[in-house]
Design a protein around this ligand. Structure first.
Ligand SMILES: *[C@@H]1O[C@H](CO)[C@@H](O)[C@H](O)[C@H]1NC(C)=O
Ligand SMILES: *[C@@H]1O[C@H](CO)[C@@H](O)[C@H](O)[C@H]1NC(C)=O
Ligand SMILES: *[C@@H]1O[C@H](CO)[C@@H](O)[C@H](O)[C@H]1NC(C)=O
Length: 464
């Protein structure tokens, strides 16, 4: 009996010291880099600023919270000012951290409360129950989301910039591989070719044009040459993602894009319908966005904004964050989605202010396209995350076969295996006390009985 206890005691010392050594490594890490020391040409920083206008560092919650979603409905009204308040991370920050011992995040609780308020007797609707603003093509019910800080290109990627990429990498766009792309029929130089043209049945004004691609935006005989500072078009989701990767960036997430587009007007009382505010007057809109204008689509564009098709980037006024062309000019590819259903945001030069043709150019303008779609009105811009210290996630491997060992998972998903592998994991009462648990160590419940546990945001810094 005594021997048995002694054995367990020795075993637990070995096990505990292995764990202790691992956490020492983490505690001695470098602090997070200061986001104030980082800047990229042509990019704006989107994240929380302190009272002096400096970027809040990673020792605090430095993301922005805003009401994401594109419709103005009852759900939106029930989101209170307090829901946008920032809570710090830490052992007693219940709100932002998924905390299994307490069960739910604040967001989940709020979500459930709202679901409970829905009147299902009014019948099913395709995307759940919410009412759209008459001017809003929104299909996303509003909810509070938090977005980590990021840098975003102040303007869409231009033909000139894309040309540099193609010359350096010999990259062949998907429109070149497929041999055609969609061009707005009324833009084709040869009107008689329209009679035999193949069109997209969903969008009859767009003509499948042989050999149209970014260099020849309306097919052979046309050129981007006089449009070097216009956004690149006829690029697929992949063509866009490859460019961003080449310049060390990535495509924006939809929430990131919307946080940037709303430019501080994110609250229950100051959300706006358009990037410039609430004004639905063409004279205001034409200062900020390249839209179709007043002429009937697709043949007549009075070009109140000065352009029939794409316009040079930065030609119109920026939003309050200094970002150009967030509405109009070209739609922009978003990260994520599925190959068959990628999201574009922002509307383009064929869209109207009030939705009388094509999309209404509101902040909620959103469309789903197949990833390989290329057209003369879809482009993109890139974003980049600020540098930060690697955060470790704790993972247990092979828990079921007593070969359990600790693995440190870096934020990029790569794994470091611990050098010491405890041969056997045993029940240890010391870890049962939830209150005393050190946030730099895996939670007690993660130590046992689970094959693999990944904590989405393990606290490893001593500022917490
Ligand atoms: C933990 O670190 C100490 C001192 O660095 C060392 O003596 C000990 O052997 C280590 N334990 C294990 C299990 O690696
Ligand atoms: C215009 O298109 C028609 C039909 O496709 C073709 O027969 C004709 O040669 C084209 N004209 C020019 C100038 O390209
Ligand atoms: C919009 O409202 C939020 C609070 O709901 C506030 O924090 C923010 O500063 C306001 N934005 C502007 C531009 O006034």
């Amino acid at each position: 009996m005594i021997r048995h206890h002694l054995f367990l005691f020795v075993l637990s010392i070995v096990f505990l010291s292995a764990v202790a050594n691992e956490s020492v490594d983490i505690a001695s890490e470098e602090p997070h880099p200061d986001p104030n020391e980082e800047d990229y040409a042509g990019m704006a920083y989107i994240g929380r600023l302190d009272d002096e206008g400096r970027r809040v560092g990673f020792d605090q919650d430095n993301g922005i919270k805003f009401i994401f979603g594109t419709s103005f409905d009852e759900t939106h009204k029930s989101i209170a000012e307090a829901d946008l308040a920032h809570a710090h991370y830490g052992p007693d920050a219940e709100h932002d951290i998924a905390d299994r011992s307490r069960g739910k995040t604040r967001e989940q609780v709020l979500h459930e409360q709202r679901i409970g308020q829905l009147d299902l007797s009014k019948g099913p609707k395709p995307f759940g129950w919410f009412e759209e603003h008459p001017l809003d093509g929104g299909a996303v019910p509003p909810r509070v989301v938090r977005v980590d800080p990021f840098f975003i290109d102040v303007a869409p990627v231009t033909n000139k910039e894309y040309g540099k990429f193609v010359r350096a990498t010999y990259y062949e766009t998907e429109a070149e591989k497929f041999g055609w792309s969609f061009v707005l029929g009324s833009f084709l130089p040869n009107a008689s070719s329209l009679e035999t043209a193949e069109v997209d049945p969903e969008a009859e004004d767009w003509v499948a044009t042989d050999k149209a691609y970014w260099r020849n935006p309306e097919g052979p005989g046309t050129s981007y040459k006089y449009r070097e500072n216009h956004p690149v078009v006829h690029v697929s989701h992949r063509d866009a993602a490859e460019y961003c990767k080449w310049v060390g960036k990535r495509l924006p997430g939809e929430r990131e894009w919307e946080a940037a587009a709303r430019a501080g007007h994110f609250g229950p009382n100051n959300r706006t319908l358009f990037i410039w505010g609430e004004d639905q007057d063409v004279s205001v809109a034409k200062e900020y966005a390249n839209l179709w204008g007043a002429g009937p689509f697709p043949w007549e564009n009075h070009a109140e904004d000065g352009y029939r098709g794409t316009s040079p980037v930065k030609n119109f006024k920026p939003n309050a964050f200094g970002l150009y062309d967030m509405t109009g000019n070209v739609w922009e590819w978003m990260r994520g989605g599925k190959h068959k259903a990628r999201i574009v945001r922002g509307a383009s030069y064929v869209d109207s202010l009030d939705g009388t043709f094509n999309h209404a150019a509101t902040l909620g303008a959103r469309a789903t396209l197949h990833g390989t779609t290329t057209t003369g009105n879809v482009g993109f811009r890139c974003v980049k995350s600020p540098k930060r210290r690697v955060e470790h996630h704790w993972v247990y491997e092979n828990d079921e076969d007593s070969e359990a060992h600790l693995v440190l998972e870096n934020a990029d998903g790569s794994r470091q295996f611990s050098s010491t592998k405890p041969k056997q994991q045993h029940e240890d009462d010391e870890f049962d006390d939830e209150k005393d648990h050190d946030p730099t160590k895996p939670r007690p419940d993660e130590k046992r009985g689970r094959k693999k546990v990944v904590k989405p945001r393990t606290l490893t810094s001593d500022e917490l």
